[in-house]
Every structure is written in C-alpha cells, then in structure tokens.
Ligand binder design. Structure first.
Ligand code: AMP
Ligand code: MG
Length: 329
C-alpha cells in the first residue's frame, strides 16, 4: 500500500471521508498528537487500528467527535458537573470517560462498559469530523510503545505502507496526549494526566482526584500500565540534582565512541555548554509541545539521550513528568 501525505483541504478531506466510510484508517492531526483514525461504529475499522499499531487488545480507544456533536447519542451523562467541564474545556485536550450506550463498537472499548470521548480543537480535525459526522476512534498514530507522533512525517516514519492517507495538519501544538478524566462518579478522577490539569479542573468543579491505578480502582485506564513513548535509541534519566552524573555518563559514552545528547529545559543549557543538546524550552507549555518532537529527533541523531527531569509535578508537569519517566526512565 502506498501511503500519501496530503495537506488538510476540501479535497483531502473528501478522500479521507471515502476511505473512512469504506472501513479504512487514516492518519489524522489533532492539537495533542496525531491519531490513527477509523469509524468507531465499524468493527472492521477498529480491528485494523489494533492490528496496524500492534496495540494490546485490552487498551480501549478514545472516540473523537465534532464540537457540535450530541454526546447523548454515545454516552450517559450522569453527573451534573460534567456540563461545566464541557463548557470550559471542549473542544480541547480533555477526554471524558462515561458509561457507554454501545453505539461505538465493543472492540473499541475492549468489552468495557465505559467510553472515552473527546472533541479535538484542531481546525483541520474539526473539518474532518464535521464532514464525516460520525465518531472517529483514534489512538496515537505510532507503532505501539514507540514515541507518539506530532508531525505527519513522524506518522509516515512509523506507519508507511500500512495506511493509504495521512492528513497533514502541521505540528501538533499541545504535544502530549489529552487528559483522561473519569466522570462516572460524584468526584471526577484523572486517569491520565495531560494539558488540562488537576488545578484547572478543580477551579471549575471544586474537587478532582488523581487515580493511583491500584487493582482496587473502579475504572482503570489500562493504557497507563504499558511501557510507552520509547524512542529507538538508548535513554537515561537523571534528576536536576544529579547534573554531575549526567556529565559523567556523557563523557563515558563519548569515550566509548558513541554520540550522546543531553535533553533538558533551556535553563540548564549553560551548565552543559559545548555539549550535544536537545533543548525542550522554558515553560511547561513549551516543554510539553517539544517533548515527543525532541525524542523523535534524538533517536535519529543520538546513540543515547540523557534526559534531565524537571523535579516537579504541579500543573502540566504532572503529565510531562509521567511521559518523561515512561520514555526515558
Ligand atoms: P491513546 O489513544 O494511545 O493516547 O490512549 C488512550 C488512553 O485512554 C489510554 O490510556 C486508555 O487506557 C484510556 N482510555 C480509553 N478509553 C477508556 C475507557 N473507556 N476507560 C478508561 N480509560 C480509557
Ligand atoms: Mg498512544
């Protein structure tokens, strides 16, 4: 199969809709990461998604819908606070987990009773969702466990030959996956941290918990237990208090004839002057936006990425730190 990359426009969206209606799958831009999308009401399409990615069969998919799509068609909205969350954060990088009405097929939710739904804010993605007027289930468009793609080229590098079309909507500005929030209970609970933070949710609805993913948890997010986001080169992860160790490993790798790169926030650039660097930016927002891009750049040019963590978990850093540990730890 030849994989074409096409800029999002009227013509490419028509082509995408035709492929999707025939149970095909495509690469789709969103504001978080690129998705591997298929129609959520088609078992055939969903099976293809799992097959192409090599995704574990117990890890459910998120349904993406247009901003004016009536969520009541797909799920039971039981908790009164949900309205406030929808008003404040949708469309945007927040995924809500509800009790499913079963319209999105069983294979997509891995036989579970809940469905995760999101309204992406990416304009090209919204145009596609409007044109198809169906829920599109879409995990990140990478081979399972590899780093999530944030450009159409990243998708191509992983999935070339496995799908007909990648819609190119530019670089994803968000850069890490959506926050997954269980809203089936009286208090909402974060199953996966992301760009919409605990603090932001609390401001709107008062309280918000963070799931600890213990066996006793009622609704688990199976995806969080898997090894994830791994670049194709060696990695090491150090705390900000271990900069001497970072330099020690860097020099050791150079002596071995290898090419190490240090990945860190811009404030540490001075400490590593003259070294090969992958700089992530200064603010949490910048770091989230650059993290996967730099990991995927790094795997091409480095033998080992030596990452320095941010040593904080407030706000968006909870999601960033979680991704950094899984990719480099
Ligand atoms: P991905 O699409 O690869 O970014 O992963 C989607 C994430 O959402 C994974 O962590 C899934 O486990 C989680 N997820 C999807 N559907 C559900 C659901 N019904 N209940 C709980 N978590 C879900
Ligand atoms: Mg993923």
């Amino acid at each position: 199969m030849i994989t074409q990359i096409k800029k999002v426009d009227g013509k490419s969206i028509k082509l995408a809709v035709n492929i999707l209606r025939a149970d095909g799958v495509i690469g789709m831009p969103t504001e978080t990461v690129y998705g591997l999308a298929g129609v959520g009401t088609s078992s055939n399409a969903v099976k293809k998604i799992f097959e192409i990615k090599g995704r574990p069969s117990d890890n459910p998919l998120i349904a993406h819908v247009h901003k004016r799509y009536d969520l009541n068609k797909l799920v039971f909205i039981e908790q009164p606070y949900v309205k406030k969350l929808i008003k404040k954060f949708m469309p945007g990088p927040l995924t809500l987990v509800f009790k499913s009405k079963g319209v999105v097929v069983n294979e997509a939710v891995c036989g579970g009773e809940t469905l995760a739904v999101r309204m992406p804010s990416h304009k090209g993605c919204q145009k596609l969702l409007k044109a198809i007027n169906l829920p599109l289930v879409a995990p990140s468009a990478n081979i399972s466990k590899h780093t999530s793609p944030v450009t159409a080229t990243h998708v191509y590098n992983d999935l070339n030959g496995k799908l007909e079309l990648i819609l190119d909507g530019g670089k994803c500005l968000g850069g890490i996956e959506s926050t997954v929030l269980d809203v089936t209970d009286v208090v909402p609970r974060i199953l996966r941290a992301g760009l919409v933070t605990k603090e932001m949710i609390e401001k709107v609805v008062g309280s918000c918990e963070i799931a600890q993913h213990k066996e006793t948890d009622k609704v688990k997010s199976p995806g969080v237990k898997y090894r994830h986001y791994k670049p194709k080169c060696d990695t090491a992860l150090f705390s900000k208090t271990q900069l001497d160790k970072v330099l020690e490993l860097y020099e050791q790798k150079q002596k071995e004839g290898l090419k190490p790169f240090i990945m860190c926030s811009n404030d540490l650039a001075d400490k590593f002057s003259g070294k090969n660097l992958l700089l992530l930016g200064t603010t949490g927002k910048e770091i989230a936006s650059n993290l996967y891009d730099k990991l995927l750049e790094g795997e091409k040019i480095a033998d080992i990425i030596i990452a320095v963590s941010f040593d904080r978990e407030d706000g968006v850093y909870l999601g960033i730190t979680n991704r950094l540990r899984k990719s480099c730890g």
